[in-house]
Design a protein around this ligand. Sequence first.
Ligand code: SF4
Ligand code: SF4
Length: 91
Amino acid sequence: MYNVAIVVDDKCVAKKGCRLCIMYCPEPDCIMLNAEKMVAEVILHRCKGCELCVVVCDAAKHFALEMKAVGGDGKLLEEAGESADLGSAYQ
Ligand code: SF4
Ligand code: SF4
């Protein structure tokens, strides 16, 4: 199990020109602009879980990125119907 960043579409202001997470993510081609939805989108299998994108998004008061747990199959645990209880993930 590991953590990846996920964009909360409703909070993302990429349509207003924000690209902070895309600029600051240290992984190439990891956060991209979804030009159809005009929101940032994390390419899950490229995310290393460093949380830098969360820091810059929160610093800009957008709060549009969250860290979520992913299972060994690379799928979000929430989508797999499992609880993504991050606190217990490290116990
Ligand atoms: S920094 Fe936040 S608000 Fe800006 S594009 Fe990224 S997810 Fe969207
Ligand atoms: S957690 Fe790190 S690697 Fe993953 S999208 Fe955010 S900045 Fe990129």
